[in-house]
Design a protein around this ligand. Structure first.
Ligand code: CS2
Length: 498
């Protein structure tokens, strides 16, 4: 199979197991914001496969918000990088030559802006993490109290948020060629397309009169926001992964992406300006996206949070370490069966028992080494969509949700540890945009009851609706106290029903 010259770093790519795609990158069709590992192992791979099968100008220009590091490495490698399946029965390595440009950091703002307004751009895709949408967990719409939103509403000269950047670019499109474009969210939000549209519309309505009118008319008639469910476990790249690529393929890649073999993408077929032939690349087009999304958020992501926080406190560095700890596995199974499964309807095509067993098998991947610290990071943003609706559902029915309370208590123990409690190195490595607020909750020797009361009643992370669940608050407080006095193992074991 031919390949572009992988200059100059990717040389001698001769391993028989590697599949090299696309001799030349296609012309621009997609601008992607959020050039992380997940994008490079998911949308990029599915798009490269679709274009290899059916063609089309769907090259991706990708922009990394925070830094130029990955973009620079990609430019030096002629936009090539390796996606390595880390799975006992797969040696597959793929070089998805689908990127036609990459940039990163605030200094590239103008460049990405030019690509966003380019008439050839027909899809703008996003992996900006839950936090990037600046949405309020209270209203599901725009969080007007976010510093970057306040600044962007004051002036869009140099947008601080992705929402501001999109609004500015879409307004310019509306005022110039007016070509249609699809905005495709690939993040783990409930109804990610609908939420993105809501946030953007609420932002637009607050712009000055003429701009608001033009932008809203454009959003209404020239854009679409399909909902999607994305799924592939993609850890951060370590030196071990770089060594693996160099051993398997005899190439030196500075930015390879390790990923599990499993990859799933379910999409609403609502692309106002066309799309790649993703159905050729295993993507499922469905009218049941919401069901897939809910299933995944609750069973995979919700359980992931339990594995991460209980695992971290128990000293389990990786997901398999946590999942193979019998009391943690039992807690996760009970969480799924009693607290998650009853709250939603599965998509018609998926059997819940098989789905759950497949999850345990995915979490057993010891070579992938996905970490509890990665999953535990950003809990202030990830937890609300994972546990709010289910807690309210059980609250209405007067059911208890001990494992949900355990997630909350172990998260607080990790991120807002009461004075005198040491959560350990793994918890300390977890990052969170609300770290400062969380730390403030336990400042001054606050008791577990005071911490939990403030967390729920101040409505900064969870909706005020959750504050009405007195039972959940009491149970979370009790478990936090027990974690501190008896440790996480005894606390968890005491909750497991025989
Ligand atoms: C994880 C997700 O970061 C997290 O909290 O639950 O990144 C998870 O690995 C992906 O959603 C899998 O598709």
């Amino acid at each position: 199979m031919s390949t572009r010259e992988l200059k100059p770093l990717l040389t001698r790519a001769t391993a028989p197991a590697s599949a090299l795609l696309l001799a030349q990158p296609p012309k621009l069709g997609i601008v992607h914001i959020g050039l992380g590992n997940f994008h490079r192992a998911h949308l990029a791979v599915h798009t490269a496969e679709a274009v290899a099968a059916k063609g089309g100008d769907w090259g991706i220009y990708a922009y990394s918000l925070r830094s130029n590091e990955i973009a620079r490495a990609l430019r030096e490698q002629d936009f090539c990088y390796t996606v390595v399946d880390i799975h006992p029965d797969s040696e597959k390595s793929l070089i998805p030559g689908i990127h036609c440009g990459a940039s990163g950091g605030p200094e590239a703002h103008q460049e990405v802006f030019q690509h966003l307004i380019d008439e050839r751009t027909r899809i703008i895709s996003l992996t900006i993490t839950e936090s990037g949408y600046c949405y309020s967990t209270e209203t599901g719409g725009l969080d007007n109290s976010r510093r970057e939103i306040i600044e962007d509403l004051r002036s869009l000269t140099q947008p601080q948020s992705v929402i501001g950047l999109l609004a500015k670019a879409l307004l310019t499109r509306a005022q110039t060629h007016s070509a249609p474009v699809t905005i495709l969210s690939c993040d783990n939000l409930t109804a990610n397309g609908t939420t993105t549209k809501k946030v953007l519309c609420e932002f637009s309505q607050q712009l000055d009169g003429a701009s608001a009118e033009i932008l809203i008319a454009y959003l209404d008639s020239k854009t679409s926001f399909p909902n999607s469910m994305v799924d592939r476990i993609v850890p951060s790249t370590t030196d071990r992964h770089k060594a693996l690529v160099s051993e398997r393929l005899s190439i030196r890649d500075e930015v390879p992406v390790p990923a599990e073999k499993f990859s799933m993408w379910v999409l609403e077929d609502d692309f106002i300006a066309g799309r790649p032939a993703w159905e050729e690349a295993g993507v499922l087009f469905s009218n049941e996206v919401e069901k897939f999304e809910t299933m995944k958020l609750r069973l995979l992501n919700g359980s992931h949070s339990l594995l991460a926080y209980v695992g971290a406190l128990a000293g389990k560095v990786t997901v398999p370490d946590a999942r193979f700890t019998p009391y943690i596995e039992s807690a996760v199974r009970q969480f799924m069966k009693s607290e998650m499964a009853p709250t939603f309807a599965m998509p018609a095509a998926v059997n819940i028992d098989r789905y759950i067993e497949e999850l345990f098998s995915r979490w057993s991947n010891t070579t992938l080494s996905d970490t509890t610290a990665r999953i535990g990071s950003d809990g202030s943003i990830k937890l609300p969509p994972r546990i709010t609706q289910t807690s309210l559902w059980h609250g209405e029915r007067k059911h208890q949700t001990p494992m949900t309370a355990l997630i909350l208590a172990s998260w607080v123990a990790c991120m807002a540890p009461p004075r005198g409690f040491e959560p350990g190195e793994i918890a300390r490595a977890m990052k969170d945009p609300a770290r400062e607020y969380l730390t403030s909750l336990s400042a001054g020797g606050a008791t577990p009851a005071q911490i939990i009361e403030r967390l729920f009643s101040e409505g900064k992370i969870f909706t005020r609706e959750l504050n009405s669940l007195q039972e959940l608050k009491t149970e979370t407080t009790n478990l936090l106290e027990k974690i501190i006095t008896d440790g996480v193992e005894a606390t968890t074991k005491a909750l497991i029903s025989s």
